[in-house]
Ligand binder design. Sequence first.
Ligand code: A3P
Length: 290
Amino acid sequence: YDYSEYLIPHGTINGVAIPFFTTPEFRLDLRQNFKLRPESDIFIVTYPKSGTTWMQNILREMLFAEEKGEWADLPLTDRVPWLDHIRDMSVGDLERLPNPRVFKCHNHSPQEMDELFFKGDKTPRIIYVLRDPRDVSVSLFYNLQKAGKTISDWMTKASFTDFFKTYFRDEKVVFYGPWEKHVENWLSARHEYNILVVRYEDLIADSSKEIARIATFIGWDCSAERVREIADKTSFASVTKEKLFKVENGVSDSFLRKGVVGDWENHFVDVEDEKLMREIAEELFKKHGV
Ligand code: A3P
């Protein structure tokens, strides 16, 4: 894709326009025609690079592992559709998906999702994946370097420090707005909406435990043995081995790069940058008790 023409400002956060990887037509279609299935729809919401793909794989394995034929053959980004991306997709295609539907998106607030999907209903299940923003920034750096040519030539040449200062911390250019605003928007709505917060670091530390929490949240009865099996099948080592998944996912290796906690230590040259991001995160997590 040539993303440039799709980087449209779709809204503002504190007066700042946020670019979005989607078309105004698709958003209008959603606003007018999307029919929520509040009992069964599940929305995975994240700030980009926080573990979205991992969560998509976990839910697919949990809910759709037995599927055969058409549904089983779909690539991950079609079986668990990415709702805020340029897709050859209409609301009609979403209607065809059997229950339960699982969606992925990065929308910046519940209010925005309300307008497009929920339309006043606060009951659908939302899984919000949270990750240390220092690792998010490193992951986004490599992701955008890979996609760089279509986004900005500057990106392909930037050092991590340049990227962090002029992109990750610049409200005017970073996709989906600054990390802390996204997180603030979602964590502050935690008790108003039906949101389960899952941390990337907890998934790494004990994926079976987190998968069991997710199963409980979506009301899915699951043995400890099956939980362990899902953890194994969706581990970084397993999914990176599956060539099919990588190829079909299109943007594969930037979505499955290293899969560890703490790679920021190898990238933050400027200690002030690291301190800034660490303190922003600590304060936010403390405020919301996560
Ligand atoms: P890194 O770039 O740090 O490796 P998203 O899916 O939200 O775009 O996030 C991508 C990040 O999640 C990448 O981080 C990727 O490697 C990591 N990731 C994807 N699947 C994973 C898995 N099964 N286990 C651990 N990390 C995973």
